[in-house]
Design a binder for this molecule. Structure first.
Ligand code: 6PG
Length: 491
């Protein structure tokens, strides 16, 4: 064993830690501290030994920690079957840790990847571990650094027998809302990381919609950051109440020590990303699910990254003639309603995507339970999720949340304001990709007959791709450039 950094760890023997965490960057360290705070003996390890020592010096006194300098010591410190949480950067580092651990473990031991891994990697790792008799779990953990320490939302996926080994610990460290822990077994294989991916996609859409509202309040209503902060604070007392709206008020209210002005005004307008939003959008494209809100949010980050191009375009490409200006008071209320309606669409799309993925992968996802575990701890936690939870409790399987009476009415009530906002923004030249694409989705979804008949006609014209008729069964092709007659092609 490593040299103990605290008296409590000195007294422990090999094989006494109930669980281990390898990877002690902030998320791993905070997760380990959260587990230890529940009285669970825990072994900790980091590839760089100095980090383990530092962790033990800072936090060793907080609980029953064993600091391990090597993976061998780490593994030896764990009771069997061993339960190991891997909290390292998604991608190759996860494979590296699994490869190093595998020869040290025994049949039935459990490896848990708690990072933001891409779900196909989780599916592959599950199979690779199974080939060595190991049980692998991919769990989504949301809530950032503070959530990891004080109570995250946890989305565990993988073998139910492996989950049974860690259920007590995971539910004990999760956030709790109305007495219910924000942790539930999501499904087998990659299901946990899939649901976390969609959570992050929704996080992208939520953030983009907030940014668009901020842009309109700045450039159409002419308000400054402190005034907008006050508006978000007010919005956080109504339907929009959520962690992201709450922290938007705080970010906008922050004064920059250097300039004395709002900090937000001196932050570079380029949004970065680690990939989960892009994965969500790609997956939606592959499933054929219209996911406009989240996808537009990803594209908007891409556009923000083109800072030099935008700088050049800002003096080259013309905008609209400035209008007479809006009545700020009604505009603010219109923006609030547009934000809410667009948010409903983004969630409806995200839940429709999870439903399709569940069917495609045989995951049997309980979408009401997903709404339940997202009510606390995670980045998208919001009052609104209670409404989604209630919808599933009342209606069971739901094709699209927009069809649930509560949301049908909420969007119907907001739609006039929503349309005015889209018109105003367009007239004033303010980009609102998430607001407007959500409205287009809504208008497309509520049409019994859209214009895709023409698309089919064109495809049949240039490629003989065939079409179906509204008044007969079967597939048809018209000899557009020959004699113009129609033939049935399927029998
Ligand atoms: C969470 C967050 C977390 C992280 C995002 C940021 O649920 O705790 O989603 O996972 O903050 O990955 O993602 P981007 O860097 O892509 O914005």
């Amino acid at each position: 064993m490593s040299k103990p950094a605290s008296e409590s760890s000195a007294q422990r023997e090999a094989g006494q830690s109930r669980i281990g965490v390898t990877g002690l960057a902030v998320m791993g360290a905070n997760l380990a501290r959260n587990i230890a705070s529940r009285g669970v003996p825990i072994a900790v390890h980091n590839r760089t030994t100095a980090r383990t020592k530092e962790f033990m010096e800072e936090h060793g006194h907080e609980g029953a920690f064993t600091g391990a300098e090597t993976l061998e010591e780490f593994v030896a410190a764990l009771e069997k079957p061993r339960r190991i949480i891997v909290m390292v950067k998604a991608g190759k580092p996860v494979d590296g840790v699994i490869a190093d651990l595998t020869p040290l473990l025994d049949e039935g031991d459990v490896i848990i990847d708690a990072g933001n891994s891409h779900f196909p990697d989780t599916v592959r790792r599950t199979e690779e571990c199974a080939a060595h008799g190991l049980r692998f779990m991919g769990i989504g953990v949301s809530g950032g650094e503070e959530g990891a320490l004080l109570g995250p939302s946890i989305m565990p996926g993988g073998d139910p027998s492996a989950y049974a080994e860690v259920e007590e610990i995971l539910t004990s460290i999760a956030a709790v809302v109305d007495g219910t822990p924000c942790c539930v077994h999501v499904g087998p294989g990659g299901a946990g990381h899939y649901v976390k991916m969609v959570h992050n996609g929704i996080e992208y859409a939520d953030i983009q919609l907030i940014a668009e509202a901020y842009d309109l309040l700045t450039h159409v209503a002419g308000l400054d950051a402190p005034a907008i902060a006050a508006i978000f604070e007010e919005w956080n007392t109504g339907d929009l109440e959520s962690f992201l709206i709450e922290i938007t008020a705080k970010v906008l209210a922050k004064t920059d020590a250097k300039t004395g002005g709002p900090l937000v005004d001196v932050i570079v307008d380029q949004a970065e990303q680690k990939g989960t939003g892009t994965w969500t959008a790609i997956d939606a494209l592959e499933l054929g699910i219209p996911l406009t809100g989240i996808t537009e949010a990803v594209f908007a980050r891409g556009l923000s990254a083109l800072r030099d191009e935008r700088k050049a375009a800002s003096t080259t490409l013309g905008g609209p003639t400035p209008g007479a200006g809006e009545n700020p008071e009604s505009l603010v209320e219109d923006i609030r309603q547009a934000l809410y309606a667009s948010k409903v669409v983004a969630y409806a799309q995200g839940f429709a995507q999870m439903r399709a993925a569940s069917e495609a992968n045989d995951w049997d996802l309980d979408l009401g339970a997903m709404a339940t575990i997202w009510r606390g701890g995670c980045i998208i936690r919001a009052q609104f999720l209670n409404r989604i939870r209630d919808a599933y409790a009342e209606h069971g399987d739901i094709e699209n949340l927009l069809m649930v009476p509560y949301f049908t009415e909420a969007v119907a009530d907001a739609q006039d304001a929503w349309r005015r906002v889209v018109v105003t923004a367009t007239e004033q030249g303010v980009a609102i990709p998430a607001f407007s694409s959500s409205l287009s989705y809504y208008d497309g979804y509520r049409r019994e007959r859209g214009p895709a008949n023409l698309i089919q006609g064109l495809r049949d014209f240039f490629g003989a791709h065939t079409y179906r008729r509204t008044d007969a069964e079967g597939a048809f092709h018209t000899r557009w450039s020959q004699d113009g007659t129609e033939v049935r092609t399927d029998g």
